[in-house]
Design a protein around this ligand. Structure first.
Ligand SMILES: [Zn+2]
Length: 451
């Protein structure tokens, strides 16, 4: 006789953004069929013992770059090991390329290679020629678009004229503008001046990218978004000054969503001084004061999302610092590091953690309640998290294509032991069970549900 449940996760503490309770989770096919106490193992084809563990909704990482050392397949695999079940990638349309073509390529390649369900943000490197493609991107299921307010020298920066034009169009279509907020031209001047003086670029990396410039760019983006009536998402907030600016806009009721990343919550500039190019990321690792302020902003409800900005680049510790590219691997360590820094320190509880990593990104990008929670009818995207298992993060145990991590040697308490996507076990006790090509593309929809 057919069993009621394909899988029964028994005896765990089920965590959602709304609360924690001891409950069993019955999975039928791809979905959660029942959540409650006393579900019977004889009704299940397979029972997983979750006693002493948290049952979390799978992590939804909405800031990933599968164009460097981890491609759409490799990135999804390394993320799955870390408890992630859904990704939203930035489809980088480099100058001279078409936004729509890039989005189509990502969708096709993802369908073949990805282990995880995924969505796509458009990312415009050449807004003057790419903005006009924005309305058509909505037909492809892409409704969020990132612009750079920095990297002027690299010719990736969107000037205010085109930022305004993009926000105008995005607002008309009901989408979301996303900004990397740092003042590009001021940064370039500071860097050029420092290079002329012959200063050690590692030593002055933070000084050439001061916190004022993040705050200034955020304020400018918020102001333009207010004038254009456009919803705004600030990626990777990294400073106390920036947090103050977003706090003010949100208090006034402006739709500004805010993301930070585990690296800004766990690391500071001393790591850059130690690891050199490996820790060269944009925005830079900041000061302890900034790190503490970000946690305060999380506690105050002024940061909605923690996402990885996973962008592993091929570089070595002793490479020349100035020439080294920006980016680091973060997807696999995100849940463990954020849990350790947030929950184990008493800064936040498990529910807030789930809001930041799953529920809020699901709400903002329109996946909720299909994803981002644990309830009847939701996709069975689940993570078993063992809060008592100690781990030491080492690059040799990671699954990214690069052989370094900024957390080398760091001891954390708590780690995911099982990752399930739509009822199928992807990772169990460190073993990969999933296959590429079973992922689904998820169209985003900018919802009006407030995180
Ligand atoms: Zn990024």
């Amino acid at each position: 006789m057919a069993k009621t449940f394909d899988v029964l996760i028994q005896g765990g503490l089920v965590v959602t953004g709304a609360g924690i309770r001891k409950a069993d989770v019955g999975v039928q096919g791809e979905q959660i069929a029942s959540v409650g106490p006393g579900l019977k193992s004889e009704d299940a084809a397979r029972t997983v013992d979750a006693s002493g563990k948290y049952v979390l909704p799978g992590v939804i990482d909405v800031h990933t770059h599968p164009v460097y050392e981890d491609d759409l397949g490799g990135l999804s695999r390394t993320a799955a090991y870390g408890g992630t079940t859904t990704l939203v990638h930035f489809a980088y349309a480099k100058p001279g390329t078409k936004l729509l073509n890039t989005i189509k390529q990502f969708k096709e390649e993802g369908a073949q290679k990805s282990y995880l369900d995924f969505g796509v943000h458009g990312a415009l490197f050449d807004p003057a020629s790419q903005i006009e493609e924005i309305p058509k991107a909505f037909d492809l299921g892409v409704t969020s678009f990132k612009m750079f307010m920095t990297y002027a020298k690299l010719k990736w920066m969107t000037d205010d004229y085109h930022l305004t034009a993009a926000m105008d169009l995005i607002a008309q279509c009901g989408g979301l503008a996303m900004v990397h907020a740092e003042s590009g031209l001021v940064t370039d001047y500071l860097e050029d001046r420092s290079l002329k003086k012959g200063e050690d670029q590692k030593g002055v990396f933070l000084k050439t990218r001061p916190d004022y410039l993040e705050a200034e760019a955020i304020f400018r983006a918020i102001s333009i978004a207010a004038v254009m009536n456009c919803s705004l998402y600030v990626v990777h907030l990294s400073t106390a000054k920036g947090a103050e600016v977003v706090q003010r806009a949100r208090a006034e009721g402006q739709p500004v969503y805010v993301e930070t990343c585990p690296q800004y919550l766990a690391l500071t500039d001393d790591v850059l001084q130690r690891l050199g190019p490996l820790a060269k990321i944009g925005p830079p690792l900041r000061t302890e004061m900034d790190r503490v302020a970000l946690w305060k902003a999380i506690q105050a409800g002024n940061i909605d999302v923690v996402a990885s900005d996973h962008a592993p680049k091929n570089k070595m510790k002793d490479d020349p610092f100035f020439e080294a590219p920006f980016g680091s691997p973060q997807a696999e360590t995100m849940l463990t590091v954020t849990y350790d820094e947030g929950v184990n320190t008493g800064r936040i509880g498990p529910c807030r953690l789930v809001q930041l990593l799953s529920e809020n990104p699901a709400k903002i990008f329109g996946f909720y309640p299909r994803k981002g929670t644990i309830q009847n009818g939701s996709d069975a995207d689940l993570v078993l998290f063992d809060p008592n298992q100690a781990v030491t993060i080492q690059s040799q145990n990671q699954h990214s294509g690069v052989r370094y991590t900024l957390y080398e040697g760091r001891n954390c308490l708590g780690t995911p032991v099982l990752t399930m996507q739509r009822g199928k076990v992807l990772i169990e006790n460190g073993e990969l069970k999933g296959k590429p090509g079973e992922a689904r593309f998820l169209p985003t929809r900018i919802s009006k549900i407030k995180p």
